[in-house]
Design a protein around this ligand. Structure first.
Ligand code: M6R
Length: 611
C-alpha cells in the first residue's frame, strides 16, 4: 500500500518527510517523491525504486522548505515510473498532491478536465485530484474550499495531502476509506497514512474519520466532517513501539493481512462495478464479444495458493461462461505439451507477478498464439507486463509469506472476470448478474462478521496444536478451499495436512482415518450439503475428531461434528471468500502456539523467482 507523510513547522520538511517515508518502507513501494514549498514555489523530487534513489536525487538536487509532503507509491494506475510517482501537480505547478487509494471515476473526470484544457503528465488516477483542485482554486475559494469542492466530484477511496505555493502556512488533508493520522507537535504538526511514520516525533495523534478534511497549520488544526461542518476529533496517545506500529498493532503481518480482507476485497472490486446499471467494467481487459465467442477453452495456470484460486475459478467459468476450463500447475504446464492455440484463453494468476514457473508458462502460451490474461497484485511485474491483458487485485503489498489477502483478492478479480465475460457472451441473465453484484457487495460485511470469530477459532486451534496430521474435506466449489486450508497449515505450522474432495475419501484416504487424524470439513449451504453430511459420518464413525465450518441454520452439523465454526451464509459460488477466513485463522493460531515463524516460515520465499 502507498505511504503518505507530511510536515509543517520549523524543521526542514525534507528530512522529516524522508525519515517518515523510511518508516513506511516495510509496506512495499516502487517509487517515491517529496515536494516542499521553497522560495515561493513548489520544489519536487521523485525517483523510481528504493528510497536511497530519492535520497541521492535529493543530495544532488537539494531542496528546502518548512512545509512538505511525500509519498511512497505502490503502483495501481500506471507503471512504476518517475512520471507516475507522487507528488502530482496541476497545470500551473502551484498545487501538489499525494494520495493513497483509488479514484473510481478518474477516467470520466480526466476526460472532462482534458476537454477543459488541463494537461496531464502521468497515467495515474491521483493526478485528476490536482487538476480538480486547480479548477476550483481562485481568489474567492481557498485551498481548503477547493479541496472540498474537488472531493465532491470524486468517487472512491482516498487519503490525501495538498499544498499550494501561494500559501506556505497550511497543508490541506482529507480521508475516505483510507487511513490518515495527524501527529501533534509544538509549533509543528505531522501527517501520515500510518502512525509508524510519526513515532520518532510524537505519540499524540488525531485519527481522522471517514469523510473528514482538515487544514493543518504549524500551530492549529481545523477539522471538518463530510458535510464541511467544523468538528472536534479527540487526540490520542499511541502506546505502540515502532515494530508494533508497522504491523498496525498486530503481532504478525499475516494476522494484519487476514484482518485487512474486508478492505482489500472492496479495493479489488472498487470502480469495476457500475453504479448506474448492473455491469462489470474491466477497462484493462479488452476482450470483445467476438473474441469471446471464438474461445473454445480456458486454461488457467498458476502455483500454490494462486493455483487454488484458479481451481475455484474453474467452477465459475464453466457455470457462467459455459467455456470448458482446465487448471494447470505452472511447473507442470511448462514442460508438458499443452494443447493451446489461438482459440484458447490462458489465464495466469500470480500475486507477485514474478513466479518463474508461471512466467515461463505465460511465455509458452504466447508462443502458441493464445490470448493471455494475468491476475496480479504487483503492478508492473513481469507477468503483468507480458500478458495481453492484466487485471490487478489492488490488495497492497502482502508481506507474510503465507498468502491470505492476495488469495481473496484473486478470487474477487476472477469473479469479476467471469461475470464480465459471461455478460459479454450473453451466458448470464441480467437477473443473475444483478444478484451476483448485490451478493458481492455484501461480502465485505460478511467477512467482517467472520473476522469476529477469531477467538472461538483460537480456542479450537489450542486443542489441536499438538496434532501431527490433518485432513481437510470439502466438495464442489469449496474443494479448492480445503486444499488452501491444508496448504496454510503445512506452510506455517509444519503439520502434515492434506485437502481432499470429500466424496473421494472412500477411494483410499479413508484408510488413514482414526482418532489421531482430525478432519476439518467445509459444510456450508450447498446443493450437495447432505452428501457432505454423509462424508462427515464416515469419518466420525472411524474415530476422527471433526471440526465443521457451517452456516447457522445447518443444525444437523452440531450432532455430526465435535466443533463448529458458524460463518455467515452467502450465495454458494461466493462462499469460498468467506470459508477460507476461518482456515487462515486456524493455521495462524496453531503456528503461533507452536512457536513457529509465522511470517517467514522455514524453507519458503515470498516470491519464487527460480525454478
Ligand atoms: O506470487 P505467486 O502468486 O505467483 O506465488 C505462488 C506461490 O508461490 C504462492 O501462492 C505460495 O504458495 C504461497 N506461499 C502460499 O501461501
Amino acid at each position: 500500500m502507498c505511504g503518505i507523510v507530511g510536515y509543517i513547522g520549523g524543521k526542514n520538511a525534507v528530512d522529516v518527510v524522508y525519515n517518515g517515508l523510511e518508516k513506511l518502507e516495510y509496506r512495499g513501494y516502487d517509487s517515491a517523491g517529496i515536494a516542499v514549498i521553497g522560495e515561493g514555489k513548489i520544489e519536487r523530487r521523485r525517483s523510481v525504486g528504493k528510497l536511497v534513489n530519492l535520497k541521492e536525487n535529493l543530495n544532488t538536487n537539494k531542496i528546502f522548505g518548512n512545509l512538505g509532503i511525500g509519498h511512497t507509491r505502490w503502483a495501481t494506475h500506471g507503471k512504476p515510473s518517475e512520471e507516475n510517482a507522487h507528488p502530482h501537480t496541476d497545470c500551473s505547478g502551484k498545487i501538489v498532491v499525494v494520495h493513497n487509494g483509488i479514484i473510481e471515476n478518474y477516467i470520466p473526470l480526466k476526460n472532462q478536465l482534458q476537454k477543459e484544457g488541463h494537461i496531464f503528465a502521468s497515467e495515474t488516477d491521483t493526478e485528476v485530484i490536482a487538476h480538480l483542485i486547480e479548477k476550483y482554486y481562485n481568489e474567492k475559494s481557498s485551498l481548503l474550499d477547493a479541496v472540498q469542492s474537488a472531493l465532491k466530484e470524486i468517487r472512491g477511496a482516498y487519503a490525501l495531502c495538498a499544498i499550494c505555493a501561494d500559501d506556505k502556512t497550511q497543508v490541506v488533508v482529507a480521508r475516505k476509506d483510507a487511513p490518515l493520522v495527524i501527529g501533534l507537535g509544538k509549533e509543528e504538526n505531522f501527517i501520515a497514512s500510518d502512525v509508524s511514520a510519526l513515532l520518532a516525533y510524537t505519540k499524540d495523534v488525531i485519527f481522522l474519520e471517514n469523510g473528514d478534511t482538515a487544514q493543518v497549520r504549524k500551530d492549529s488544526i481545523k477539522i471538518f466532517d463530510g458535510q464541511c461542518n467544523s468538528v472536534e476529533r479527540k487526540s490520542q496517545k499511541v502506546l505502540w513501539n515502532a515494530l508494533q506500529a508497522e504491523k498496525g498493532g498486530y503481532k504478525h503481518f499475516m494476522l494484519k493481512e487476514i484482518y485487512e480482507q474486508t478492505q482489500t476485497i472492496q479495493d479489488t472490486f472498487r470502480g469495476r462495478i457500475s453504479d448506474e446499471e448492473n455491469k462489470i467494467i474491466l477497462q484493462s481487459v479488452g476482450l470483445t464479444k467476438e473474441d469471446l465467442l471464438k474461445i473454445s477453452r480456458i486454461c488457467i495456470v498458476a502455483c500454490g495458493t494462486s493455483y487454488h484460486a484458479g481451481l475455484t475459478a474453474k467452477f465459475l467459468f464453466e457455470n457462467f461462461t459455459k467455456i470448458p476450463t482446465e487448471v494447470n500447475i505452472a511447473s507442470e504446464f511448462r514442460y508438458a505439451e499443452p494443447v493451446v492455440d489461438d482459440k484458447v484463453l490462458t489465464v495466469f494468476i500470480s500475486q507477485s507477478g514474478e513466479t518463474a514457473d508461471t512466467l515461463a508458462a505465460l511465455r509458452l502460451a504466447k508462443e502458441k498464439k493464445s490470448k493471455t490474461v494475468a491476475i496480479c497484485n504487483v503492478v508492473g511485474s513481469s507477468i503483468s507486463r507480458e500478458a495481453d491483458y492484466v487485471l490487478y487485485t489492488h490488495c497492497g503489498p502482502e508481506i507474510g509469506v503465507a498468502s491470505t489477502k492476495a488469495f481473496t483478492g484473486q478470487l474477487t478479480a476472477l469473479y469479476l472476470l467471469v461475470m464480465f465475460m459471461a455478460d459479454k457472451k450473453g451466458t448470464v441473465s441480467k437477473k443473475q448478474l444483478a444478484e451476483f453484484i448485490a451478493a458481492l457487495r455484501d461480502i465485505p460485511t460478511k467477512i467482517a462478521e467472520t473476522l469476529n470469530l477469531a477467538d472461538g477459532i483460537k480456542g479450537i486451534a489450542k486443542l489441536f496444536q499438538n496434532t501431527k496430521q490433518f485432513i481437510y474435506l470439502a466438495r464442489n466449489i469449496n474443494y479448492p478451499i480445503a486444499l488452501e486450508g491444508a496448504l496454510k497449515l503445512k506452510e506455517i505450522s509444519y503439520i502434515y495436512a492434506e485437502g481432499y474432495p470429500a466424496g473421494e475419501m472412500k477411494h483410499g484416504p479413508i484408510a488413514l482415518i482414526d482418532e489421531t487424524m482430525p478432519v476439518m470439513v467445509i459444510a456450508t449451504d450447498s446443493k450437495i450439503y447432505e452428501k457432505i453430511l454423509s462424508n462427515i459420518e464416515e469419518a466420525k464413525a472411524r474415530g476422527a475428531k471433526i471440526i465443521a465450518i457451517a452456516n447457522k441454520d445447518n443444525t444437523e452439523i452440531v450432532k455430526n461434528s465435535d466443533y463448529q465454526i458458524f460463518v455467515p451464509s452467502t450465495q454458494e459460488y461466493l462462499s469460498p471468500l468467506i470459508n477460507v477466513i476461518p482456515l487462515q485463522f486456524f493455521a495462524y493460531y496453531i503456528s503461533v502456539m507452536k512457536g513457529c515463524d509465522v511470517d517467514q516460515p522455514r524453507n519458503l520465499a515470498k516470491s519464487v523467482t527460480v525454478e
